[in-house]
Design a protein around this ligand. Sequence first.
Ligand SMILES: O=P(O)(O)O[C@@H]1C[C@H](O)[C@@H](CO)O1
Ligand SMILES: O=c1cc[nH]c(=O)[nH]1
Length: 289
Amino acid sequence: MCAGRVQLPNPHLDDEDGDYLMHLEIPREKWHLFNDIKFVCVGGTVGRMEELAKQLNESLRGGTDLEDSFVNQRYGWFKVGPVLCVSHGIGTPSLSVMLHEVFKLLYRAECTDVRLIRIGTCGGVGVRHGTVVVSTGAITPGFEPVYVTSSLGEPLRLPTDADTDLREELVNSKSADDYFDVISGKTFCTEDFYQGQGRIDGSFCDYSKEDQRRFLQKLQELGVVNIEMESAGVLGMAGKVGIRAAVVCVVIVNRLEAELPTATPDEMREFEDYPIKLVKRYIINKLSN
Ligand SMILES: O=P(O)(O)O[C@@H]1C[C@H](O)[C@@H](CO)O1
Ligand SMILES: O=c1cc[nH]c(=O)[nH]1
């Protein structure tokens, strides 16, 4: 067995002749074409993943057309040499369906030494917009470092620490020329954008502004610097199958100051490019060493 080869803790998979990637729609005859994958980058939107793929394609292959890509009504994926960029939609239920299928693809294709990186947007907790946060780990409602999913109707709790080496390498990928700051800290991962993140502008709200203030202060006291909706799933599921993972998100609103972003559309587009730049630089450095 090759060292570093992706292994899955599912004894039933080897009995399954007809294993099939229902949502990614990658047919069995093509699985072997993914054997060279070393980096899987995931993020909420198809557009962000396509942008990352285009930028990588420019840097790694001189900007020829994106040849290996597929978009259906659920997800979109783009393969640029050893990098697979896949969108996951909003929230861990959507993310987890995609990750199960990506992990099976990596296993079937006999990939080795793969790293998984989520590139996203987030709210900052006392952190200004435009700052890039590389998570040390995720905590979830209940304030524990666990991703709570389910198995046979019972809670399944998976630890949510980021890979320390990968996180440090990503933080160190900042260049002195970058306009943005890069920080590290804990990420609060929720299942909802409104009440789940302590907003008062959802369709209903069961608490006061004072309760909201206390909640955000509690997060700060716990060392939380940002809030989003998939970090726990990425880190919990990657840990379960032994793949190194990290989460890199740009702050688009400081939640101590506002509910929704105040930046202009042009600034927002620029912010979204910051984590792409950082991760792209990390990948290019790794591939050239
Ligand atoms: O990767 P994205 O920008 O989708 O991440 C955050 C968390 C949710 O998916 C979404 C909420 O607006 O943005
Ligand atoms: O505040 C925010 C911004 C982006 N994504 C989130 O989940 N929350």
